[in-house]
Design a protein around this ligand. Structure first.
Ligand code: PMP
Length: 369
């Protein structure tokens, strides 16, 4: 084999010495580290996927529907039914995971000579995709309690005049939601500064105590709401993300999307999953109550916990968060060390998985006392 290393290759300077996104994929009994839905898809849905994929397979000699018209129509229907705001095909775009949606948005509205801001700690891929698309990255401020102070955030937007503003609600890894008033204020700040695009990443919104921010799309043509089927729909393996926005935004991202980016198999599978929306959202209710139980029990054990509107919980504080992560792993439970000093994150699993996690952290707490 060759002993050429990455840095021996003529790669772009900004990629030198960097690491790829890498949540550990370890084979342990309880995996609560990547905010997946712990419930496998129900058997009738598995059957329906097989049926739809069989139909699609007959046409695999042809390219898929490039505009994913049926799928986008069904996604618009789902958003209209659950989001309290009417949306149609023209408002919705879909791609391979919301990561690809975000990449297409940055290819369209960011890029060399342009910049994006996020309020950190937040979803690390926003910064990584910015780097991959040659977009400058600005780390905006969050308060000690991980909320966003609208005045401080507006000042950062006014100072840096970013082309894209990311707001993640509920936020990953902290779990807290951004109030609608803050989003409205920061949208206005972004329009006054540039004007720029405001991307609200609602990957976890189905788990929220509050409502989606979709109604804010009214009269805000520079607002984009991104969503995913990876969490609430329990279909992380499907790779299907989507956005809702003004039709002009949907037209704009088509300037950068690869032709036929969404395979016929992906489209068929996502359509089958959408037929089972009601069952899948039933699991969301179970996960919300397990999330609330995790918050209550972690507090009862004596940990600090950030209020969560997501399917995960950030807990602390630890003098050595990575050491605690390792001790929990030694007990067969994988949680996430996101590098937020003093804190760890656990995804809500099945009741049995959550019990195993709670037993592990009780033991670790005793050991450290
Ligand atoms: N946004 C946020 C806030 C996330 O946490 C994630 C997944 N961890 C994503 C987007 C990407 O999800 P996917 O590409 O699976 O849709």
């Amino acid at each position: 084999m060759s002993d050429v290393r990455i840095d021996d290759l003529p790669i772009r300077d900004e990629l030198r010495g960097k690491s790829p996104y890498g949540a550990p994929q370890l084979d342990v009994p309880v995996r609560l580290n990547t905010n997946e839905n712990p419930y496998p898809l129900p058997e009738p849905l598995v059957e329906r996927i097989a049926e739809r994929v069989r139909e699609a397979a007959r046409d695999l000699n042809r390219y898929p529907d490039r505009d994913a018209v049926r799928l986008r129509t069904e996604l618009a229907k789902y958003l209209s039914d659950t989001g309290g705001f009417p949306l149609a095909l023209e408002n919705v775009w879909a791609a391979n995971g919301s990561n690809e949606v975000i990449q297409q948005l940055l290819q369209t509205f960011g890029g060399p000579g342009r910049s994006a801001i996020g309020f950190e700690p937040s979803y690390s891929m926003h910064a990584l995709i910015a780097r991959g698309t040659g977009t400058g990255w600005i780390s905006g401020p969050r308060e000690e309690d991980f909320t966003i102070d609208p005045a401080a955030a507006a000042r950062a937007i006014a100072e840096h005049k970013p082309d894209v503003v990311f707001l993640t609600t509920p936020n990953n890894p902290t779990g807290n939601a951004v109030p609608a008033g803050t989003v409205r204020a920061l949208y206005d700040a972004a329009q006054a500064a540039k004007p720029s695009m405001v991307v609200v990443d609602e990957a976890y919104v189905e788990f929220s105590h509050g409502d989606s921010l979709l109604p804010l799309l009214e009269g805000r043509p520079h607002l984009v709401i991104s969503r995913t089927m990876s969490k609430a729909f329990g279909a992380a393996g499907l790779r299907l993300g989507y956005l809702a926005a003004d039709p002009a935004v949907v037209d704009a991202v088509q300037l950068v999307r690869l032709p036929y980016h969404l395979s016929a198999i992906t489209q068929a599978t996502a359509l089958a999953a959408l037929e089972h929306t009601d069952t899948l959202l039933g699991y969301v209710e179970q996960l919300k109550s397990e999330r609330d139980r995790l918050v209550a029990e972690l507090r009862a054990i004596g940990y600090d916990v950030v209020e969560s509107d997501a399917n995960f919980v950030q807990f602390g504080r630890f003098a050595d968060a990575h050491g605690v992560w390792r001790k929990i792993l030694d007990r067969g439970v994988l949680v996430r060390d996101n590098g937020v000093p003093g804190w760890l994150r656990v995804s809500a699993g099945t009741p049995e998985e959550n019990d195993a996690f709670l037993d592990a952290v009780r033991e670790v707490k005793k050991e450290l006392e």
